[in-house]
Design a protein around this ligand. Structure first.
Ligand code: SD4
Length: 333
C-alpha cells in the first residue's frame, strides 16, 4: 500500500529529475533500455524472419531496406508491404478473402525498437494497413484504431481509398455463398498471413504482422494479428515474436508476449516457441476442431525459434547472406 501511494506521488518531472541525477537518460527509448538491461552481446548482421513461403520476398525487401540504411522498424514495414501489395495472396491485403458479407477487412500492427506500438483493425479499402499502423504509432497518442476511425485517419494522412477486389477472392466468395457455412477453420497448410520480426545492423529489433484474417469471418471479427502481445511482441532488450494461425486460439494464449517473457527468463527462442505452442494447445483443449498455429521468435543474440502445432508451417529466414524457406518442426506428430 505504502509503495503504491508513494509511486503515485512521483510525478513525471520528479522521475525525470531523478533519472538525470542517476545519469540515466531513460526518456530516450534506446538509452532507457540499455540503462535497464545493459548492453549484451547482440548480433549485428541483420535478420528478417517471417511466416510462410512468401516470407522470402518480404525478407528480401526488408534486407534491401536495411542495406539502404533502414532501421529494424523500416525493415518490418517495407518487408510486409510487399505481401500486402501482392493481390495473389488470399490472406493479406486487399486481395484477401472477404468476410461473410463480401467485404475484405484488414488487420495489421507494428512495433519498433523503443517500445512503441501501432495497430489497425477492421480496416477497409486501404492498400497498406501496416503503414497506417505505423502512422498510428508515430503520429497519434494511441496504439490502436479500428474500422471507420482507422480509415478516416489513413485518409487524413494522405492515403487514398482503393476499391480493388481480387477476381479470385470474389469467385471463391461466390462459391462459398452457395452453402454459406460458417467454418472458420484455417486450412492447415494453405494460409499466409505475414508476421515478421527484424533485426538491423545495430542489433535493434522490430516486428510487424498483417492479414485479411479468416476467410468468411463474421463482419467485425478481429484476430490475433493486430493485437500487441498476441500476433506480435517486441522488447528490444530481449527479443521479438510473431505468429500465424487460427487467431482465436492465439488470442486466448497471448503467444507473442509469452515467448518474449520466456526469452527474458533466459530461454532459447526455439524452446520458447515450443512452450508457447504447448500453451496454445492446452488453453484451447476444449476445441473439437483441428487448427494450426505457427510461431516465430528471435532473441538479441540473433538466435531463432520456429514451432507449429501441426505439420505444414513454413517460415523464411534471411541471415548471414542467405534467405531461405524452412519447414518448421511441430508438436502433434
Ligand atoms: C487471423 N492469424 O486473423 C490470422 C489468420 C492467419 O494465415 O494467420 N492466416 O486469425
Amino acid at each position: 500500500m505504502k509503495n503504491i501511494s508513494r509511486r503515485n506521488f512521483i510525478t513525471k518531472s520528479t522521475a525525470t529529475a531523478a533519472a538525470a541525477t542517476l545519469g540515466l537518460s531513460f526518456i530516450k527509448g534506446e538509452n532507457r533500455i540499455d540503462a535497464r538491461f545493459g548492453k549484451g552481446k547482440t548480433f549485428k548482421g541483420g535478420i528478417a524472419l517471417s511466416t510462410w513461403d512468401a516470407g522470402v520476398e518480404a525478407n528480401d525487401a526488408a534486407m534491401k531496406t536495411m542495406k539502404n540504411g533502414g532501421k529494424a522498424v523500416d525493415m518490418a514495414e517495407e518487408g510486409v508491404k510487399v505481401i500486402e501489395a501482392d493481390f495473389r495472396n488470399l490472406s493479406v491485403g486487399l486481395g484477401g478473402l472477404p468476410d461473410r458479407e463480401g467485404n475484405t477487412t484488414l488487420d495489421a500492427c507494428i512495433m519498433d525498437s523503443i517500445g512503441r506500438a501501432g495497430s489497425v483493425c477492421f480496416l477497409e479499402k486501404i492498400k497498406h494497413p501496416v503503414t497506417v499502423a505505423r502512422m498510428v504509432m508515430e503520429r497519434t497518442p494511441h496504439v490502436m484504431l479500428v474500422g471507420e476511425g482507422a480509415q478516416k485517419f489513413a485518409l487524413s494522412q494522405g492515403m487514398t481509398l482503393d476499391e480493388f477486389k481480387s477476381e479470385e477472392a470474389v469467385k471463391a466468395y461466390k462459391e462459398w455463398l452457395i452453402k454459406s457455412e460458417y467454418k472458420p477453420i484455417i486450412n492447415i497448410e494453405n494460409h499466409d498471413t505475414i508476421g515478421m520480426v527484424t533485426m538491423d545492423t545495430q542489433g535493434d529489433l522490430a516486428g510487424s504482422c498483417t492479414t485479411s484474417g479468416l476467410a468468411y469471418k463474421m463482419r467485425g471479427r478481429v484476430g490475433d494479428s493486430p493485437i500487441i502481445g498476441s500476433g506480435l511482441y517486441v522488447d528490444n532488450a530481449v527479443g521479438a515474436a510473431t505468429g500465424t494461425g487460427l487467431g482465436e486460439t492465439v488470442l486466448r494464449s497471448c503467444s507473442a508476449f509469452l515467448i518474449v517473457e520466456l526469452m527474458r527468463q533466459g530461454m532459447h527462442p526455439q524452446k520458447a516457441c515450443e512452450e508457447a505452442v504447448k500453451r496454445v494447445r492446452d488453453i484451447n483443449s476444449f476445441m473439437k476442431e483441428e487448427f494450426q498455429v505457427g510461431l516465430l521468435a528471435v532473441n538479441k543474440k540473433g538466435e531463432i525459434g520456429a514451432y507449429a502445432l501441426r505439420e505444414g508451417f513454413t517460415y523464411a529466414l534471411a541471415k548471414n547472406g542467405e534467405n531461405k524457406v524452412y519447414k518448421s518442426d511441430f508438436l502433434i506428430k
